[in-house]
Design a protein around this ligand. Sequence first.
Ligand SMILES: [Zn+2]
Length: 142
Amino acid sequence: MSYENGYSLKITGDLGNIKSLHCQKCETSTLDGKFCKECGTKLEKTTVPIKETDVMLEFCKTKHVDSLLNEDGSTNQLGSGNYIESDLLKFSKKYPKALFILDIVWEDDFCSLPSRHFFQNGKRQCGGATIVFEEFDKNKLK
Ligand SMILES: [Zn+2]
């Protein structure tokens, strides 16, 4: 039996900085070279914050994830996702201060159960959704 689960991922928190080379004239950044490819100006070393979208793209390219997530972290295809959690455990060590939030909608024969998993620096916290029942309200009786 194969399970068809829906996965979605959010990335928040401090992803750290990346070294970059900046051309002041063109306002462009690159990762290598000494001079700007456009104008020939000497590039200046700088650091820029790593973008969530870049990290999301990087994670989407890992082996087991490709078809499950869109490049913005939303659900692409349903799938068993057997390895997505172990992939995230490993991947989260690369960005130890960031928080990865994986939402899963489990499809089984009876119902859909959502759960949320937090990953940070190679560790995880798993939790189901809390169901809150409405209070009795006489005015809602029909
Ligand atoms: Zn330039």
